[in-house]
Design a protein around this ligand. Structure first.
Ligand SMILES: *[C@@H]1O[C@H](CO)[C@@H](O)[C@H](O)[C@H]1NC(C)=O
Ligand SMILES: *[C@@H]1O[C@H](CO)[C@@H](O)[C@H](O)[C@H]1NC(C)=O
Ligand SMILES: *[C@@H]1O[C@H](CO)[C@@H](O)[C@H](O)[C@H]1NC(C)=O
Ligand SMILES: *[C@@H]1O[C@H](CO)[C@@H](O)[C@H](O)[C@H]1NC(C)=O
Ligand SMILES: *[C@@H]1O[C@H](CO)[C@@H](O)[C@H](O)[C@H]1NC(C)=O
Ligand SMILES: *[C@@H]1O[C@H](CO)[C@@H](O)[C@H](O)[C@H]1NC(C)=O
Ligand SMILES: *[C@@H]1O[C@H](CO)[C@@H](O)[C@H](O)[C@H]1NC(C)=O
Ligand SMILES: *[C@@H]1O[C@H](CO)[C@@H](O)[C@H](O)[C@H]1NC(C)=O
Length: 467
C-alpha cells in the first residue's frame, strides 16, 4: 500500500538525488589529486632528508633486510607517497625530512634476513621516536648495544620495542638510561641475561616496562620506586631472586603488575596496599610465603589476582571477599589449609576461581551456588567434604569447567548427579569416601558408547543415502 502510493514520485526523487550528487561525484577524481599534490609540493619539495641520515638508513637496511635492494629500489626513503614500508617520517624544525619510526619483522613491514644483527646506527637517527623489531634476530647471535650514541637527540626516543628475538643475547646496557623520554620499553621474549641495570630506573618517563621472558638474574632493584609514572610492569618469566622491593608501593599509577615465574621469596610487601589503581596482579610460580599484607583489602581496583604455585601454607584470608571487583582469583598449588571462607561468595563478579591442589578442608560454602558469573571453578585435589551445594542448573552451566575431583569426602545429591563428570560420587551410594572412579569411568564409557552410536547411525544414514 504505502510503497505503491509513493511509487509515482520515486523516479523523480532518484533523478533529483542523482542530479545533486553528480557534480560532487565528478569533482572528487578531478580536484582531489591536484589538491593533494599541490599541497605536498609547497610543503615538501624544498625538504629532503639530510644525506648523512639517509646514508645511515641505508646502512641499517643493509644489515637488517634483504627484501629489496633499498638503495636502488627506494633511493629516497621518505619520498611522499612512496615512503619505505616499515618507516615513518616527519619534518623537523630544520624543515627537512627525518625518520621517526622503524618497524621491522612482520610483513608488510620489511622482514629481517638470517644474518641480521642489532644495528646500533639507529641511535644516530636524530628524530627517531619509535623502534619495533619483532622476530628479527633469530639466527645470528647479537647484543643490544647503545654504545655508538652518534648525534642522537637524547630526548626523541619514546618507544623502544624488541620482542621475540631468540638470538638477542647479553645484558641490558646501562646506557639505555640516556633515552630520557622513553615511555615504553619492551624487551620481551629475547635471551637477555645478567642483572637489570639500576640505571634503567632513571627513566622516569616510563609508563610501560616489559622485560618478560628473558634470563635476567639478580634482584628487583629498590630503585624501581623511582618510576612514578609506571602503569604496566612485567618482569615475568625470568630468574629474579630476593624479595619484592617495598618501594613498589611508590608506583602510584600502576595498573598491571606481573612478576610471575621467577624465584622471588619473602612475603608480599605491606606497601602494596597503596596501589589504588592496580587491577591485574600476577605472582604465580615464585617462592613467596604467607601472610598476605593486612592492607590487601584496600586494593579495591583489583580484577585479576593470579598467584598459583607459591609455598604460602596459611589459611585463605577472609579479606579477599572484600575485593568485590575480582573476576579471576587463582590460588592453586600453594598449601592453603582450613576452610574456604564464606566471604568468597561475596565476589559477585567472579568468573574464575582456582583453588585446586591445596590442603583445604570442610564444606564448600553453600552461597557459592549463587555466584552468578562463575564460569570456571576448580576445587580439585583438596580435602573438602560434605554435600556439593550446587543445583542442577549450576552444574549444567559450568559443565566441564567445574572440577571437584580428588576430594574423597565430597558427594552429590542423587537428583543432581546425572551423568556429570565432576569427579564426585553420589551421596549414600557408597560411603567408602575414596570412590570417585566408578562414576567417572562410567560416564566416560557412556559418552564413548554414545559416540559409537552416533558414528554407527551416521554410517547407517550414509548407507541409506546410497540406497
Ligand atoms: C641529553 O640531553 C641533555 C639536555 O637535553 C644533556 O644535558 C645531556 O648531556 C644529554 N645526554 C647525552 C648522553 O647526550
Ligand atoms: C631469599 O633468597 C635469598 C637468596 O636468593 C636469600 O639470601 C634470602 O635469605 C631469602 N630470603 C627469605 C626471606 O627467605
Ligand atoms: C561487575 O561487572 C559488571 C560488568 O562487567 C560491572 O558493570 C560492575 O561494575 C562490576 N561490579 C563490580 C563490583 O566491580
Ligand atoms: C594439611 O592439613 C592438615 C590438617 O588439616 C595438616 O595436618 C597438614 O600438615 C597439612 N599439610 C600441609 C602440607 O600443609
Ligand atoms: C539454583 O540455584 C540458584 C542459586 O541458588 C537459584 O537462583 C536457581 O533458581 C536454582 N535453580 C534451580 C533449578 O533450582
Ligand atoms: C539433597 O537432597 C535432599 C533431599 O532430596 C534435600 O533435602 C537437600 O536440600 C539436598 N541438598 C542439597 C545441597 O541440594
Ligand atoms: C583443575 O586442576 C587440575 C589440577 O591442576 C587440572 O588437572 C584440571 O584440568 C583442572 N580442571 C579444570 C576443569 O580446569
Ligand atoms: C571400600 O574400599 C575398600 C578398598 O579401598 C574395599 O576393600 C571395600 O570393599 C570398600 N567398601 C565398600 C562398601 O565398597
Amino acid at each position: 500500500m504505502c510503497s505503491s502510493s509513493f511509487s509515482p514520485f520515486l523516479p523523480l526523487i532518484l533523478l533529483l538525488l542523482l542530479f545533486f550528487s553528480l557534480p560532487s561525484v565528478l569533482s572528487v577524481p578531478t580536484y582531489s589529486p591536484n589538491h593533494i599534490t599541490s599541497q605536498n609540493h609547497d610543503l615538501l619539495q624544498p625538504n629532503t632528508m639530510p644525506l648523512s641520515e639517509s646514508e645511515t638508513l641505508f646502512k641499517i637496511m643493509d644489515s637488517m633486510s634483504s627484501d629489496q635492494t633499498w638503495r636502488v629500489s627506494y633511493p629516497n626513503p621518505c619520498q611522499p607517497g612512496s615512503t619505505w614500508p616499515g618507516i615513518e617520517c616527519k619534518i623537523g624544525e630544520d624543515n627537512r625530512l627525518h625518520v621517526s619510526r622503524l618497524d621491522f619483522g612482520n610483513p608488510p613491514n620489511p622482514t629481517c634476513k638470517k644474518t641480521a644483527t642489532f644495528p646500533p646506527q639507529i641511535f644516530a637517527l636524530p628524530y627517531l621516536e619509535s623502534v619495533f623489531f619483532f622476530s628479527c634476530f633469530i639466527h645470528t647471535r647479537t647484543e643490544l648495544s647503545v654504545s655508538e650514541m652518534g648525534f642522537l637527540n637524547n630526548a626523541s626516543l619514546q618507544q623502544f620495542s624488541l620482542r621475540s628475538n631468540p638470538s638477542l643475547t647479553g645484558p641490558i646496557p646501562p646506557r639505555i638510561s640516556t633515552f630520557k623520554s622513553l615511555q615504553i620499553l619492551t624487551l620481551s621474549q629475547n635471551q637477555l641475561s645478567g642483572k637489570i641495570p639500576v640505571e634503567l630506573f632513571k627513566l622516569e618517563s616510563l609508563i610501560h616496562l616489559d622485560l618478560s621472558y628473558n634470563m635476567l638474574t639478580g634482584t628487583v632493584p629498590y630503585q624501581l620506586g623511582n618510576l612514578k609514572n609506571l602503569v604496566g610492569l612485567d618482569l615475568s618469566y625470568n630468574m629474579l631472586t630476593g624479595s619484592i622491593p617495598t618501594t613498589i608501593g611508590q608506583l602510584g599509577q600502576l595498573q598491571k603488575l606481573d612478576l610471575s615465574s621467577n624465584l622471588l621469596n619473602g612475603t608480599i610487601p605491606d606497601s602494596i596496599e597503596k596501589l589504588n589503581f592496580l587491577s591485574f596482579m600476577a605472582l604465580s610460580n615464585n617462592r613467596l610465603r604467607g601472610n598476605f599484607p593486612k592492607g590487601m583489602e584496600k586494593l579495591q581496583s583489583l580484577q585479576y589476582f593470579i598467584m598459583d604455585d607459591n609455598p604460602m601454607h596459611i589459611a585463605l584470608p577472609l579479606e579477599f571477599g572484600k575485593l568485590v571487583k575480582l573476576q579471576e582469583l587463582r590460588l592453586a598449588y600453594s598449601g592453603y589449609s582450613g576452610k574456604i571462607p564464606e566471604s568468597f561468595s561475596q565476589l559477585k563478579n567472579l568468573s574464575t576461581l582456582s583453588l585446586q591442589n591445596n590442603n583445604l578442608s570442610g564444606e564448600i560454602p553453600v552461597a557459592f551456588g549463587g555466584l552468578a558469573h562463575i564460569y570456571h571453578l576448580n576445587l580439585s585435589r583438596n580435602f573438602l567434604d560434605g554435600v556439593v551445594p550446587f543445583n542442577s542448573s549450576f552444574l549444567k552451566r559450568l559443565g566441564r569447567n567445574l572440577d571437584l575431583s580428588g576430594n574423597p569426602g565430597l558427594c552429590l545429591n542423587h537428583s543432581e548427579a546425572y551423568s556429570l563428570k565432576i569427579g564426585v560420587d553420589v551421596c549414600g551410594r557408597n560411603n567408602n569416601h575414596s570412590l570417585m572412579q566408578p562414576l567417572t569411568s562410567h560416564s566416560t564409557t557412556t559418552s564413548e558408547l554414545s559416540n559409537q552410536f552416533f558414528l554407527l547411525s551416521l554410517a547407517l544414514g550414509f548407507l541409506g543415502i546410497l540406497h
